[in-house]
Design a protein around this ligand. Structure first.
Ligand code: MG
Length: 237
């Protein structure tokens, strides 16, 4: 398993409210929101709680859902205990890999993409106002990219006593390449561009190219991305 993680404050924001983790078979991207620096607190707490909860666990859907519930409870409780943190929350897109499959958990509008056999597929569904509008046919995917409400999410971790994560399970195949990213990337880079760049030989170069493209086009938000190449077999005894 090879992973590359890049995170950047972008060109418009003062602080980076994204948080991420890539290690072993676990990758997490969280995009925090809230006034002042509360978003940064929410995203970092979510990553910390989940990585701690899963550090000695074998990958399973149950274990993953438990960790997400723990993180939600932690962020929610903290948001109530400190006025400056009121209403903070975060997206969560995470990938956990075992010997045979990849488990994804999704809350909000960060994304997981899979490039397999040259074809790119978004494996998560955004929980956002514009994604709902696209599903209902009231706007096109192209219109969603520039819609004024495109950053409004309909589900987040830490803003309510309970949260439901979408779970997706995908069988592994050697050579698969995964991208987990915040909307700071996908606001500026199209799926077709992601597919072309992800297909390049060098994973590190691909990560740098994606980040540079988002920055060149304005870097209007924090940008976080993790690339993972599944070299297949031998990862789990
Ligand atoms: Mg963002």
């Amino acid at each position: 398993m090879r992973t590359v993680l890049r995170t950047d404050v972008g060109k418009a924001r003062k602080i980076n409210e994204d948080a991420a983790y890539a290690g072993g078979s676990l990758c997490i991207v969280c995009d925090g929101m809230g006034g002042h620096q509360a978003g940064e607190v929410a995203s970092n707490q979510a990553v910390d709680v989940i990585t701690a909860a899963l550090s000695s666990e074998e990958p399973s859907v149950c274990g993953l859902l438990d960790a997400v519930a723990k993180a939600n409870e932690h962020v929610y409780r903290n948001s109530l205990s400190d006025k400056r943190l009121t209403g903070m929350g975060t997206t969560l897109t995470m990938l956990w890999m075992d010997a045979g499959q990849v488990i994804l958990a999704q809350i909000g509008d960060s994304r997981a993409y899979l490039l397999r056999g040259g074809v790119l597929r978004q494996c998560t569904h955004d929980h956002s106002v514009v994604a709902e509008m696209v599903r209902m046919g009231s706007i096109t995917p192209e219109e969603a990219r520039t819609h004024p409400r495109r950053n409004l999410i309909t589900r987040s971790l830490g803003t309510d006593p309970r949260v439901e994560a979408d779970i997706f399970e995908v069988s592994r195949r050697p050579g698969d390449r995964w991208l987990i990213c915040s909307d700071g990337l996908t606001d500026h880079v199209t799926d077709a561009e992601i597919a072309a760049i992800l297909a390049g030989d060098n994973l590190y170069e691909a990560a740098d190219t994606l980040l540079a493209l988002a920055l060149d086009r304005g870097g209007s938000d924090n940008i976080t991305l993790i690339l993972l190449e599944d070299e297949g077999g031998g990862d789990t005894p």
